[in-house]
Each structure stands twice: as C-alpha cells, then as structure tokens.
Design a protein. Structure first.
Length: 329
C-alpha cells in the first residue's frame, strides 16, 4: 500500500471504510505526525450516527491522537511524541477568544469533525493546538487524556470545589476524572446503568466510595454531579441527589431531551450547566497533573482496522475504560 491507511466515514449511518488516502502535507504553522495511537470517543459515535450537524465528508474520525512528529512547524523536534485534541483551530479574534474562552470560538474547527483526525497513519494539525506528551506516558496511555481526560477535567473544574462528586456514566472520561478527583481529595460516587455491577465494581476499584445504578440514591447528598452519559433523563435524576447550591455539569456534546421536572428540584440555588470543548489551558493543566496523580487510564487496544468494532463495543457499553486504536509503533 503506497497511500495512507485510514478509516473513512463517507456518510453518517454507514460503517467506516478502510481506505488509502493521499499523504497530507503540512501547511504554514502545521505539523505532520505519524499517528501511533488514537483513542475512541463517544463524540465519534455521535458523528457516525448523524447526531452532530454537517461533519466534513468524507471524514477521518478521531480527536485523541498521539503521534510522532515527522515534519512541519518549529515547536517540536522530529520524533517527539505529540497529542492532537478536539480543538483544532480558533480565530483568536472573536469576542470569546478575546475573553479567554476559545472553547466557545465562533469559528472553531474540530479535529475528526471539520478536519481529518487520527483514524489514519498520518495527520496534519495546527501546531499551536498540539500538546507535548508528558514523560511517563506512552502513546496508547496518553491517547485517552486528549479528550476523555481534558474535557472531563474542564467538567471537573466547572463542578467547583465540590467535595462529594457524583459521576454519571462510568466510561472513558469518568474513569480518568475519578482518579483526578481522588487525588484532589474529593469523594467520588459513581452511577452506572441499572444492574451494571461490573461497571460499579470498576468504579470502586478506581476510588469511588459508593457505586450504584443511576436510579439509586447515594448514602448522602452530593455537592456536584457530572453527567457523561448522553441521557437527558439523568439531569433531573442528578438534581434530586444534590445538596443545596449543587451543580449538575453536562459533559457531553449531545444528549437526549431533558424531561420536564418541578421547579422545586432546581430551587435552593442548584445549577445545571453544560461544558463545550476545551481551551488549551485546560489541556495543559491536565497534562501537567497527569504524572502527579498519576493518571493510569484503563485501556482496550484494537488495531486501526477494527475501528468499527471499537465503536460497536462503545455503543453497547461493553468497554472497560477507554478503547484505543493502535495505528503504528
Ligand atoms: Zn471526545
Ligand atoms: Zn474565536
């Protein structure tokens, strides 16, 4: 094969296709990487399912990319291990960028959505949005930090200084954020699908002091809840277990409709908010913290050509931790 091996989405609702693409060439300010690993995110599934509007098509998915620098750019040395996250470009001129909120940029472009991502042997990325991978993390272990970790970390920040933290949906993001939260001295309460005793056991192994179904009440009120599962009904469910002044943070990019609920459940200064994307500051802070915790992602490795299988297993809730596609190396 002379071209670049990639898994390509031709249109939503169809499986990814094994393809051979021409080599991408880095433009000004861009770096080209040999991809070594790319973690699978629920957002990838939302794009495949047509739940996010107007993806680039055909599209190479994947926004938790770790690769070795080939050429282009000036910030990294050849061979250096570098990560490419979801935030691929911002204009730095709109009102959001100018007020330190580049995650809300009006002209943002996202990796593996509006730009080709890491389900491929090669990727080009805008150098200022890439991250050096911290020492102590290999390609596979670092990949889930690039979105599950970084956007989870932003969600955790927006949960404020909550001591008693609920995590709804104990998957790729929650299993990383539970480790960070414990390191910060918080108490973790994990909620899984009803009857998912294996998921609850997994959460306890990672430091949750209580784990149960999302229809259960934890032994005490919580100060914040982060919802990682794309299920709107979890919003009122989480409100019902929050203490006064507590916050529900919706961490996903897509969620089913939120059912109506009595105002009394929100009363007493409870808050519901969403998290959109990440800033580079969020990413840099998480990567600085990662070796200190140390974050140890639990990973299932599949070859690149098994991307459809990885997505199927994510959809079915069969994954423990994070699925990572091994591309090379
Ligand atoms: Zn993601
Ligand atoms: Zn902007």
């Amino acid at each position: 094969m002379n071209g670049v091996l990639a898994m390509v989405l031709d249109r939503p609702g169809t499986p990814l296709r094994v393809a051979e693409l021409p080599e991408p060439t880095p433009g000004p300010g861009q770096v080209r990487l040999h991809v070594r690993a790319c973690a699978v995110c629920r957002t990838d599934l939302h794009i495949v399912d047509g739940e996010l509007p107007e993806p680039k098509l055909p599209l190479v998915l994947g926004h938790q990319v770790v690769g070795e620098v080939m050429d282009g750019g000036t910030r990294f040395r050849p061979g250096q291990l570098v990560g490419v996250p979801w935030l691929g470009f911002t204009d730095q001129t709109c009102r959001y960028c100018r007020s330190g909120r580049e995650n809300l940029c009006l002209h943002a472009q996202f990796t593996g959505y509006q730009r080709d991502g890491g389900y491929a042997e090669l990727i080009v990325a805008d150098e200022p949005y890439c991250f050096p991978i911290p020492a102590g993390f290999d390609d596979v272990a670092a990949a889930p930090l690039l979105c599950a970790g970084m956007i989870g970390f932003r969600s955790l920040r927006l949960a404020g200084d909550a001591e008693r933290l609920g995590l709804y949906g104990f998957g790729a993001s929650a299993h990383i954020i539970a480790q960070v939260a414990r390191f910060q001295g918080r108490r973790v309460f994990a909620f899984t699908r009803t009857g998912d005793t294996a998921g609850q056991q997994f959460a306890r192994e990672l430091g949750a002091e209580w784990a149960g179904g999302s229809d259960e009440r934890p032994p005490e009120e919580l100060d914040a809840a982060i919802i990682f599962a794309p299920v709107g009904a979890l919003v009122p469910a989480a409100l019902r277990v929050l203490a006064r002044g507590g916050v529900v943070v919706c961490a996903g990019i897509h969620m089913t409709d939120i059912p109506s609920f009595p105002y009394a459940w929100l009363w007493e200064e409870r808050t519901i908010r969403s998290v959109a994307n990440l800033t580079r500051e969020d990413g840099a802070e998480l990567l600085e913290l990662a070796p200190k915790v140390p974050i140890r992602p639990v990973i299932e490795v599949l070859p690149l050509t098994k991307a459809n299988e990885a997505l199927r297993r994510l959809r079915a809730g069969e994954l423990r931790g994070s699925a990572v596609l091994r591309v090379a190396g």
